[in-house]
Ligand binder design. Structure first.
Ligand SMILES: [Fe+2]
Length: 142
């Protein structure tokens, strides 16, 4: 695998790990059962993404990064739950864009192309659905 693609995939890997860390932290602070369930579901998806990206890099001749991105610290630095949730949603949008950047560097067909296409779609869907879901949950409970 060439270096620009390896770097782009490792950026995604580090970001998905950061997403797991950010969600873990948030889950501990959320009292609302439904919201906690929703965030736990997102955390599981992020964790699976990180595992799959690591395997994808490895099986295509790259070296997976062992680092975690800076996102969790940025989320933790915010004061209110609403602000943190809004940043999480923007994080999904960012990840979707970065996935599309990686996709442009990948071969036009094959396992990397297919994986990144699915991952970009998943993130786009999560942005839309997550926003609606979070607003509903927060709205219903003040
Ligand atoms: Fe993600």
């Amino acid at each position: 695998m060439d270096k620009p693609l390896e770097d782009a995939l490792n950026l995604l890997l580090e970001s998905e790990r950061a997403g797991v860390a950010a969600l873990e932290q948030l889950i501990k602070e959320v009292e609302l059962e439904e919201l906690r369930k929703f965030l736990s579901g997102s955390r599981d998806v992020e964790r699976r993404n990180a595992e799959e990206l690591e395997a994808l890099i490895q099986s295509n001749g790259g070296t997976p990064s062992t680092r975690v991105g800076p996102f969790a610290g940025k989320v933790a630095a915010l004061k209110t739950l609403r602000e943190r949730l809004a940043l999480l949603s923007r994080g999904q949008e960012w990840a979707a864009r970065k996935t599309e950047v990686a996709l442009a560097l990948a071969p036009a067909s094959g396992p990397i192309h297919d994986y990144l296409t699915a991952m970009a779609n998943r993130h786009r869907a999560e942005v839309e659905w997550g926003r609606a879901e979070v607003l509903k949950l927060l709205g219903a409970n003040g």
